[in-house]
Design a protein around this ligand. Structure first.
Ligand code: GAF
Length: 378
């Protein structure tokens, strides 16, 4: 296995698989709502080669300097969580194809793990994409997206929606994707926001209650739907519920479930409103919506944390920041900020200083540029 590390080895194929941002539409994907994500210029590089074996596969992660091997004849969940992202994808491919054979794969990533920009989807989708190419599996892009999502459900244990995998595979440079998570219809919307930039501030915290809490949020939304269905049987998900309809259930739903549902139905409207604003270059409207989203995620959906709230509040002191919010599943990771290009340097330095003073943790910051989805390196 150690020879896999060698740079002199010849690989058959190199794949770049990106992380993603999401302008707005958080925790809406598994409620069949809308999202507005895109891939960014942070990615995992995969080098692949066939190794001539019928079934033995070797995977090496350069970042963690760790490797593992498995047989295609015996794919099952592992105790090592990172291996499950890989094994889950292999298992998903085996459900639809018997063409896999032994391969070697070397991974090298510049996506910060646990930062809410979905290194996990990049891992799942890059693997599916690469193996599809290497073994000529004939999988459609949507099939690869679904295989990635199911790896997360069945092997990792997070009942995630489809946004991250969809963004990782389907994105187009310079655009965000308006994705309808119910029909999977989508539209590429240009994102030309000059003189503004997209700046991510990474709290560098990842509170470990995240996974269980994510699944609990999903279950609560489904519970809410079950109660609403007693009066409105045609309602299939929170996608079908308007803010006014929801108020009819204020007494029937317990307060926490009501708050969770209330955030989701409002967020659905905010995504559509934000797309119109973006198309009409009303960037301050877009930014205002992002602040509202953060408020909902923090107070009603309760997936924020003190570090994220601090950074969003801090951004409000700067007129040059027109919108900010926590991004992704929550409980840590990054905030996404829309900031005037002239203010990036000063704001970043001030945020780093204030954050360190408050939490004794180093903040990291980087600009995110809407980029192409998973692709073969030419
Ligand atoms: C995580 C999940 F993987 C996504 O499906 C999505 O629900 C997101 O959290 C919240 O919007 O990234």
């Amino acid at each position: 296995m150690s020879e896999l590390k060698g740079n002199s080895i010849k690989y058959d194929l190199i794949i770049d698989s990106p992380g993603r941002i999401n302008i707005i539409g958080e925790h809406t994907d598994y409620n069949n709502g809308f999202v507005l994500p895109t891939a960014i210029d942070k990615k995992i590089e995969f080098k692949f080669r066939k190794n001539g074996s019928e079934d033995i596969c070797n995977v090496y992660s350069a970042n963690f300097n760790t490797s593992f091997s498995f047989s295609l004849k015996d794919v099952k969940p592992s105790e090592q969580q990172w291996e499950n992202y890989i094994l889950g994808v292999i298992s998903g491919i085996q459900e639809v194809s018997n063409k896999l054979e032994g391969f070697d794969c070397v991974l090298d990533s510049n996506i910060p793990v646990g930062s809410g920009i979905s290194s996990s989807a990049a891992l799942e989708c890059g693997l599916a994409f690469g193996l599809n190419e290497l073994f000529d599996l004939g999988l459609s892009k949507i099939k690869m997206v679904e295989i990635g999502q199911m790896a997360e459900h069945n092997y990792v244990g997070t009942k995630c929606g489809i946004m991250d995998q969809f963004a990782s595979v389907m994105s187009k440079e310079g655009h965000v994707i308006l994705l309808d998570c119910q029909s999977l219809d989508y539209e590429y919307v240009p994102i030309q926001i000059k003189p503004y930039k997209i700046l991510l501030l990474n709290t560098n915290v990842s509170h470990n209650l995240a996974d269980g809490e994510y699944n609990k949020r999903r279950a609560m939304c489904e519970q809410g739907v079950t109660i609403i269905q007693k009066k409105y049987p045609e309602v299939k998900s929170l996608r079908d519920v308007s803010p006014i309809m929801l108020t009819e259930f204020k007494d029937e739903l317990d307060e926490i479930t009501f708050n969770r549902c209330s955030y989701v139905v409002d967020e659905k409207e905010r995504v559509l409103n934000t797309v119109e604003a973006l198309k009409n270059n009303q960037l301050k409207v877009m930014g205002g919506n992002m602040y509202e989203t953060h408020e909902g995620l923090s107070k009603l959906y309760e997936v924020s944390c003190p570090e994220l709230d601090f950074l969003v509040d801090f951004s409000k002191k700067y007129n040059e920041v027109i919108g900010a919010r926590m991004m992704g599943g929550g409980f840590g990771g990054c905030t996404i900020n829309i900031i005037h290009e002239d203010a990036v340097e000063e704001f970043t330095a001030a945020a780093k200083k204030a954050y360190f003073e408050k939490f004794n943790i180093n903040l990291t910051a980087f600009e995110a540029n809407p980029s192409e989805g998973t692709s073969i390196r030419k």
